[in-house]
Design a protein around this ligand. Sequence first.
Ligand SMILES: NC(=O)c1ccc[n+]([C@@H]2O[C@H](COP(=O)([O-])OP(=O)(O)OC[C@H]3O[C@@H](n4cnc5c(N)ncnc54)[C@H](OP(=O)(O)O)[C@@H]3O)[C@@H](O)[C@H]2O)c1
Length: 265
Amino acid sequence: MLTMNSNPFDLTGKTALVTGASRGLGLGFAKTLARAGANIAITSRDVTSLEGPAAELKALGAEVQKIELNVRDPNSIHTAVADVISHYGRIDILMNNAGCNVRKPALDVEWEDWNQVLDTNLRGAFFVAQQVAKHMAKEKYGRIINIGSVTCVAGYAGLGPYGASRGGTKQLTMSLAHDWGKHGITVNCLAPGWFKTAQNKVMYEQEGWVDYLCERIPLGRPGSPGDLEGALLLLASDASAYITGQTLLVDGGISVGAVRATLEQ
Ligand SMILES: NC(=O)c1ccc[n+]([C@@H]2O[C@H](COP(=O)([O-])OP(=O)(O)OC[C@H]3O[C@@H](n4cnc5c(N)ncnc54)[C@H](OP(=O)(O)O)[C@@H]3O)[C@@H](O)[C@H]2O)c1
């Protein structure tokens, strides 16, 4: 029950695991959760790359644990989650962010491209969530946020395996919400539109592409990391106690299908 003075977005005393937080959106998510009061566990395949991010998070007042994790390796998932539990005792929030992309015309996609993208984005996310949910279920509390994308709901040329993985993320989110609701765990999907990071900078560096993109985004610009903060805090906090199985698009409106249908605009 909320009182007039309580802040439902406050994460003081909570522990959050953010996968793939060495850079990009994952690091931004970890900072948002730290600013809201959570203690943080961050992961990378190369734990040395977490030195800088950990220092930034500590400067925000958070306790920080650095964890090695490769979501394509079940033993690594098992060990990483066990390490967080042995350090903090519990995981209240999972930001299931680790992911990758292979950008190719569908005719050029190779067997291993498909495996890399689907193993990481879909199988990896599922088994991380499963491992974490075993602990959340004991506490009868959890917030799982799967990273999605505008490709959860739209098809883009050059993103066949990626789009298939994100369509799967949306579906997986609904199934897990149903499975784990009885344990007090909500499962939602945060689906960003276009945000400039290492994963897509090759596109931003192509002349004319940003103008092409902005023309198709109703709000007229790509996303910047701060644009994801409100949605993350909603899904990570008690403010979303009765929201589960949902995919929340934070995309400047690009997913609405932004083609002009009159000549006047
Ligand atoms: N940028 C966008 O516009 C956008 C839009 C929608 C969704 N997304 C999604 O948001 C997430 C973050 O993307 P980003 O743009 O910030 O990309 P990024 O800068 O390339 O970061 C990807 C993160 O995922 C981690 N990662 C990759 N493969 C992994 C594996 N096998 N095991 C564990 N961790 C792995 C990387 O960790 P290490 O390399 O340090 O191990 C890195 O921290 C991804 O899931 C991406 O698909 C991005």
